[in-house]
Design a protein around this ligand. Sequence first.
Ligand code: NA7
Length: 531
Amino acid sequence: MRDIAQYDVLVVGAGFSGISALYRLRKLGLTVKVFESGGDFGGVWHWNRYPGARVDSEWPYYQLNIPEAYRDWDFSERFPDHNEIRAYFAHLDKVLGLRKDVRFNSHVTSAQWSSDGWTVETRDGQVAKAKYMILCTGSLHRRYVPGFPGLDTFKGVVHHTGAWPRDVSVQGKRVGIIGAGATGVQVTQELGKQASELTVFMRRPSYCLPMAQHKLSGAEQKGWKSYFDTLFRQGRKSPAGFPVLGMPMGVLDAAPTEREEWFENIWQRGAFNYLALNYNDVVLSKEANRLVYDFWARKVGARIKDDSKRKLMAPQEPPFFFGTKRSPLEQDYYEVIDQPNVHVVNLNDEPLRCFNATGIVVGDKQIDLDIVVLATGFDSFSGSLTQMGLKNRHGQDIAEIWKSGIRTYLGMTMHGFPNAFMVYSPHAPTALSNGPTLIELQCDWVVSAIEKLEKEGATRIEAKSAAEDDWIAMIDTMNERTLFPLTDSWWNKATIPGQKAQVLTYPEGIETYEAQVREKLEEWQGFEVTH
Ligand code: NA7
């Protein structure tokens, strides 16, 4: 007979979501066990160690709204790097005493429902059971490596950015980077300064925005901290978790000079302000979008002296609509791209044919390399859930169920998975929001649901299939008036061959999302609750 540890709630994942869930569940006096496949706290930040890795959300907002934690914690930069973020997680652990409820290096390999709860098994031999389960597995966990022909014949070194070893030196080496998304931009910006030759293999450029990074002084932090509570609360009342509101008019409603002045103003503020503070029809109108793109292309183009590189990085004709795919923040990315030791291969003109022992063949050209960096992204949203043996109450694996498309209700529950919840998830504003803001919102909802169920003496909650249909149809309708569905990206799972592309982003902002999901909680709308 196996020894099965019993808890009230099992949580999978110990990043921002798992910690937020644990923190709230403890307040209810519930017993919790967190299983985490990594060796420490941090979720994606435990793994994200490639050179240049840093967060693109500004420091006040990229932390949890836990006063006992933020009171004694200072970041050193407006956009902290991965080392500092991990140090922040260690601080959370120290202040909140988290570790005693977490088992690390413990990858969940099976999660099965029986009439009285979830039984979870892990690769390291743990078995645990609980009435509830919260999946805090993140939306960007499972690394994506395209099936490049001959990849295994390459005699050099290959690293995916999500599994970067500690001791890689690229000094004097010929480096190739495949991918130019947020990760590709950061790693290129860093390695271009170190490698002897760096070749970027790019399908589409990113529309990068200026980071406007700066060091934070003690006085600046102290000043802001007295407003943290207000900032965090206002963040919840904003579209993306940052307490700012865009211009309440369309791009074409403004006179051209007025428009240019506003574009310039919000450009100079750096970060996502060129999107967040822009006119209200940037992702609704193709014409508006083009004007926003043209200003961006002029700004970026002016920084690239090399004509052919300028045409690739800031083309005259936009390859996709502005703001419909993640805009990374950069510091000197375009200057690095402009360096003579940095080369850009446009994979649309010269397709990547294969790897061989010494490098990569593109078009009819051989490019010899010592190190290849795969900045090719993640199996977004579903990747972590489809590799943990998660079965519905009929014993079907979620990997099978979701083959024909991801289904959720409110982005937090699923039909067939009683008493299971998920956070930072598909069908929620995940891709368009500041992570910690949305995570805290969803954890508040999930823990309120559990509290209410316990108060009512309920044994079981399950989303209705029809409620899922309605939620998905509503999100589709919301997106119909936007330009989002017209662009392929990890936001809509449209970049991995063989996977079902679908609209997965709730586009109306987190304030509207919270109001909607809160309302459903009151009368258990869309749920079957067994008392
Ligand atoms: P992304 O944003 O999904 O970027 C992946 C990159 O890899 C992107 O440039 C892709 O080109 C490229 N890619 C993917 N498959 C291929 C193949 N087969 N050949 C060549 N190039 C390929 O992942 P990131 O890690 O950069 O960022 C993920 C998120 O992390 C980011 O949005 C932030 O929120 C943090 P494409 O653009 O599809 O043409």
